[in-house]
Design a protein around this ligand. Structure first.
Ligand SMILES: [Zn+2]
Length: 293
């Protein structure tokens, strides 16, 4: 059964916001584009889902860019969500293979590293950007994002992210949720939400049994009055294009241009999506002449 990737936002009368993201197709796409190992799929899938949950209101076409720069062997994990519904990402060492944890689970924390920094860049509709940073607390991605939200944005949040990788390395489930208390939320309601969340169990197992995520908010906000605010499909998309690559080439220093002209063609690969662009020598000559006129 194929489920469409999506984000759904809910709000309750008790001043609690819940966002649920289903990202299996996006994580699968990333796996295929970058030939990700299982642990790299889990780390990047979690990070991209986190980016979706942190991105702003779709009406404002906001975006967020996350970079988990840990001291683990996976290197940095990059995840972007732009226009609130397009997602892309990559990791420095996509084929990293490390032993499973003692409990048989993928060791995301061991891959990302438990020390380092999380950088969060927010893009607003006015094209202004703000970057802030927090220390990584566990390298598990969700906890790192929750710590960031609390310390840098002063929003107490519960965030849960999970990716289930099948034996054939395909993505069986991917998604997560974000719960935030709006100002004025009562402690007893938050305690109830916390108890409700424990009923879900591990998010990865939950999503493998309920891949559409439609009932998650009902469990989290059980016993409360809530409504769906809006929902939106999500898709894997990169911002790279032949024109952008050409712009990069045109902006090179004259000496670098000269050097490129010695080659029969120029090949560039987009690190975000793996797309390969080949610019022929003739095209390059035309391009560089165009700049001078
Ligand atoms: Zn690209």
């Amino acid at each position: 059964m194929q489920m469409e990737d999506k984000i759904i936002h809910y709000t309750s009368d008790e001043l609690i916001r819940v966002s649920v993201a289903v990202t299996r197709t996006i994580t699968q796409k990333a796996r295929t584009c970058h030939n990700l190992s299982p642990v790299a799929s889990a780390a990047l899938g979690r990070a991209m889902t986190g980016a979706v949950l942190l991105a702003g209101d779709y009406k404002n076409h906001e975006g967020v860019s996350l970079k988990f720069n840990g001291d683990g062997p996976l290197g940095a994990v990059h995840a972007d969500c732009f226009d609130s519904h397009y997602v892309r990402g990559y990791v420095d060492h996509p084929q990293l293979d490390i032993p499973l944890k003692a409990n048989g689970k993928l060791d995301v924390s061991g891959a990302v590293g438990q020390h380092g920094q999380l950088s969060v860049t927010r893009f607003t509709p006015e094209k202004m950007t703000y970057t802030s940073q927090a220390e990584l607390v566990s390298g598990e991605i969700a906890e790192d994002l929750a710590y960031y939200l609390l310390t840098s944005e002063q929003v107490p949040s519960t965030i849960s992210l999970g990716v289930l990788v099948a034996r054939d390395y395909s993505i069986a489930a991917s998604g997560g949720f974000l719960v935030q208390a709006l100002p004025g939320a009562r402690d007893e309601d938050l305690a109830r939400v916390e108890a409700n969340i424990t009923c879900i169990g591990p998010i990865t197992s939950y999503l493998s049994g309920h891949p559409d995520g439609e009932e998650l908010a009902g469990i989290i906000l059980s016993g409360m009055h809530y409504k769906e605010l809006y929902r939106q499909p999500l898709s894997w998309r990169c911002t790279c294009s032949r024109d952008r690559i050409k712009n990069v080439l045109m902006s090179l220093r004259p000496a670098d241009k000269e050097e490129l002209l010695n080659d029969p063609q120029v090949e560039m690969t987009c690190q975000y999506c793996g797309a390969r662009y080949v610019i022929s020598h003739d095209e390059l000559v035309a391009l560089f002449e165009q700049k001078e006129t």
